[in-house]
Design a protein around this ligand. Structure first.
Ligand SMILES: *[C@@H]1O[C@H](CO)[C@@H](O)[C@H](O)[C@H]1NC(C)=O
Ligand SMILES: *[C@@H]1O[C@H](CO)[C@@H](O)[C@H](O)[C@H]1NC(C)=O
Ligand SMILES: *[C@@H]1O[C@H](CO)[C@@H](O)[C@H](O)[C@H]1NC(C)=O
Length: 350
């Protein structure tokens, strides 16, 4: 039913983040974050594996996770506890637009947000939708913009989610130009923005600062920004834990940051070669990694699984080996250079 071939967008991180201009927006971004935390922004990017029980711990009553998406407009049916958190539909590309839009009418009223084209600046073999800015603008104005509550529809809608790179930004600029070429007064209406990011914390903060400057500061808008794919690829578990330890409080406290979802909620064995195993929230037994426990926050420990009680005593083994996670220094602007674009695990999504 869901012809979703390679749901996640794997991309090469760009070299852009070493730039001085971006460094300055990084500083701005960092200093403008306050210290409030709001872990209700946290969600799940669901890739789909054969291990359905693995998800229970992320969907348990104590879990702070409030929403999920799966790169499609079709909600996950199994486990059924996915119904307890908000499903955010995504229209992946132009080819499936008519069927995808019909499917939106089957969603529960708790689905109030809609994501559009996935990584249009990126090739389809890596999970992108490879759409030119002008084609995207035409389809967006015809089919997506009318779905916004501002236009009488049922959703808060987002512009296409590009890769977190300079080419992503360039795509968005051209998209905006194409939008205004079609509708000279309003361009392509959007209610919020969604982006992806793979890399270390300083580069992430820099990217967010850049997007916020482009969309909000420069135009006097106040659009929330979501990060719908987020990870530090190809690093050790410990490096990745340090990155997450710095990143979560930052994102939780950043006013314009609407929501985010880590990539990903799967076992190490289901991580693809491009991201590496360090990003996985579960080990190969389906127990929380130290990273997974951190993503779920207080009350959860490394080694717990759906079969052990969250927050508790009957841990599934392992204990909390990840207790001594140091706060990552913000000094490393070194770039993670991707080895290439790999397909993701294909989930049978129903
Ligand atoms: C431009 O968009 C606005 C808001 O969606 C709409 O009211 C208007 O009719 C559009 N103009 C054209 C020429 O399509
Ligand atoms: C998009 O283009 C319009 C028209 O040139 C411009 O007014 C607006 O600021 C641009 N939007 C962004 C986000 O740059
Ligand atoms: C980061 O690590 C410190 C020190 O171990 C810990 O107190 C804090 O709770 C961690 N933050 C997160 C978000 O896990």
């Amino acid at each position: 039913m869901c012809q979703q071939a390679t749901p996640c967008g794997m991309r090469r991180p760009s070299k852009l983040f070493a730039g001085a201009a971006l460094l300055s927006s990084f500083v701005t971004a960092v200093t403008s974050a306050d210290t409030d935390t709001d872990s209700s922004k946290r969600g799940i990017a669901y890739l789909g594996t054969n291990h359905n029980n693995d998800y229970n711990i992320f969907l348990s009553g104590q879990s702070p996770l409030t929403w999920y998406y799966n790169w499609s407009p079709y909600p996950v049916r199994n486990p059924s506890s996915f119904r307890n958190i908000e499903f955010v539909p995504l229209i992946h590309n132009i080819d499936s637009l008519p069927a995808d839009i019909r499917q939106l009418s089957n969603l529960p009223s708790s689905s109030t947000h809609l994501l559009s084209f996935n990584e249009p600046d990126h090739g389809t073999s890596g999970g992108g939708s490879d759409i030119s800015p002008s084609d995207a603008a035409g389809a967006y104005i015809d089919s997506i913009a009318p779905l916004s509550v501002a236009n009488g529809g049922n959703f808060l809608i987002s512009h296409p989610s590009t890769t977190g790179t300079l080419s992503g930004l360039s795509w968005l600029r051209q998209f905006n130009t194409s939008c205004y070429a079609i509708n000279t007064t309003h361009g392509c209406h959007t209610d919020f923005l969604a982006t992806h990011f793979y890399g270390d914390f300083p580069a992430l903060a820099s990217w967010l600062g850049t997007l916020n400057e482009y969309y909000n500061t420069n135009t006097g808008s106040d659009l929330p920004i979501w990060i719908t794919e987020l990870a530090l690829p190809q690093m050790s578990a410990q490096r990745t834990e340090r990155m997450m330890n710095t990143t979560l409080p930052y994102l939780d406290g950043l006013g314009y940051l609407g929501r985010y979802s880590w990539f990903g909620i799967f076992r190490e064995e289901n991580a693809n070669e491009w991201t590496g195993d360090g990003v996985a929230l579960l080990d190969d037994s389906g127990d929380l990694t130290a990273l997974g426990a951190m993503y779920l926050g207080s009350g959860f420990a490394e080694g717990e699984s759906a079969n052990s009680s969250p927050g508790g005593s009957g841990g599934g083994g392992g204990g909390n080996k990840g207790g001594a996670v140091a706060v990552g220094g913000g000094s490393n602007l070194a770039l993670v250079v991707g080895v290439g674009v790999l397909s993701c695990v294909v989930g049978s999504m129903v």
